[in-house]
Write a protein that binds this ligand. Structure first.
Ligand code: COA
Length: 402
């Protein structure tokens, strides 16, 4: 069979590309109504199609975003989505072609980092992607989950109706800014495609906004689900929760746990270091349901990506990176509090670019990478030092689907 031809998708083909991706994820084609919301999400020039004999058989879409980094700066990130190959043309290398081209496209378009949320964890490592952040899914039963009196208080929570939220949430989310490594920018197209349809669907998404002394500083979105035999009581499914400071986090949890007629509160995506059980009188009233990979990262321009974040005090160390797919990234870098520079000095630590993605936001330490065979240590003194230099105050967390 002839090789697939991969090229930038004409904007007129974006809808067909979306339909192909939806079919591969077992979802029906996009309706005219849904397309009216979604069509602005995808910019011209950032979608790739694979063609066989003139037929579209595979897609990858890149969305323009920015990624929050340790130190509070951000770096341009291409959010990869709509990754799919038509079911009758899989396992013959079409995704591999698309993936190579999309990494090149990201570099050419000036994105040092590509982010994705993946359906299968076994596909992406070989292309240099690694888990940049993790999330925790938690379940709390309000009748036993009381907050301790020392937990920060003082702000106010108010409910906002759907139409108001369409204007308010994008402004509030932008105001929160890069409040944690891993948080990503949401474009106007993202809000239109991902939030407005839910507001107008009548599915009862409720928006709670927290305000502190400086105004609005956090929000939680939830939907009530009625179970089998819980009578009038419901499960609150928290689907989107971002808050910039401890008062807002605590205030929103206090509110969620105080809503009447609720059997349980479930939040699928919370930062790994958000110690909800520590806020409670009964530590065991918060149960961890699962810990999951959150944002996967592919550093496509390693010097730029590493140069964009800040580093803690410590001795500079020499890190050797291997990138078989994008060889311009291979080589040694000296990394320290003053920045990142190429060097020909002997490496002290060596890893592949997928393992580097795991360390990039401080999510996985170099000591942990070494302990699971993902880092080669030539100079043992460099290991604790590298951990110190890459260390962060807050666990990386994305919490945005795309
Ligand atoms: C995942 C998908 C894009 C792969 O496309 P494809 O054209 O079959 O992939 P390739 O033929 O290029 O395979 C690349 C490698 O990944 C492996 N691979 C592909 N799909 C895989 C899967 N679902 N699970 C595990 N490994 C997979 C292949 O075996 C191959 O490995 P090899 O080189 O060692 O043989 C395609 O199967 C698909 O659209 N699936 C449904 C939608 C989906 O899951 N998309 C990904 C969203 S993040």
């Amino acid at each position: 069979m002839a090789d697939a031809e991969v090229r930038v998708l004409a904007q007129s083909d974006h809808r067909a590309g979306q339909d192909l991706a939806r079919a591969a994820h077992h979802t029906s084609p996009i309706s005219d109504r849904e397309w009216a919301y979604a069509q602005d999400l995808h910019e011209p020039g950032l979608a790739l199609g694979a063609f066989l004999g003139g037929d579209l058989v595979g897609t990858t879409f890149l969305l323009r975003s920015r990624l929050a980094l340790p130190g509070g700066s951000t770096v341009p990130m291409a959010a990869a989505t709509g990754i799919a190959v038509r079911a009758d043309r899989t396992r013959r290398g079409i995704f591999t072609r698309l993936e190579r081209e999309s990494l090149d496209l990201a570099v050419a378009q000036g994105f040092p980092v590509v982010g994705s949320r993946v359906s299968e964890a076994t596909i992406y490592g070989r292309f240099g992607h690694g888990v940049g952040s993790t999330t925790r899914a938690v379940r709390l039963y309000p009748h036993e989950a009381r907050l301790r009196p020392e937990v920060p208080a003082g702000g106010e929570v108010r409910l906002v109706d759907g139409e108001t939220s369409v204007g308010l949430l994008p402004r509030l989310y932008e105001r929160l800014g890069p409040y944690r490594p891993g948080v990503i920018e949401r474009s106007a197209g993202w809000w239109k495609a991902k939030w407005e349809p839910l507001v107008h669907s009548g599915k009862g998404a409720v928006v709670a906004v927290h305000s502190g002394p400086d105004g609005d500083d956090g929000f939680a979105v939830y939907q009530a689900m009625r179970g089998g035999d819980s009578g009038a009581r419901v499960t609150l499914m928290v689907t989107d929760f971002h808050a910039a400071n401890p008062e807002a986090v605590a205030g929103l949890w206090r509110f969620l746990l105080g809503v009447d007629l609720v059997e349980e509160v479930c939040a699928r995506r919370r930062p790994a270091d958000e110690l909800v059980e520590g806020m409670l009188v009964d530590w065991r009233a918060c149960r961890t349901h699962s810990v999951n990979d959150d944002l996967w990262l592919r550093l496509v321009d390693v010097p730029k990506a590493l140069g964009a974040r800040s580093y803690r005090d410590g001795d500079p160390f020499v890190l050797e990176i291997t990138d078989d797919l994008l060889p311009a990234n291979s080589g040694s870098l000296r990394i320290g509090p003053d920045g990142v520079e190429r060097t020909s000095d002997r490496p002290q630590l060596s890893l592949n670019v997928d393992a580097l993605a795991m360390a990039y936001l401080g999510g996985t330490s170099f000591t942990t990478l070494a302990s699971i065979g993902l880092l080669r240590v030539t100079d043992t003194k460099a290991l604790p030092n590298a951990d110190r230099v890459f260390g962060t105050d807050r666990a990386a967390f994305c919490g945005t689907t795309f």
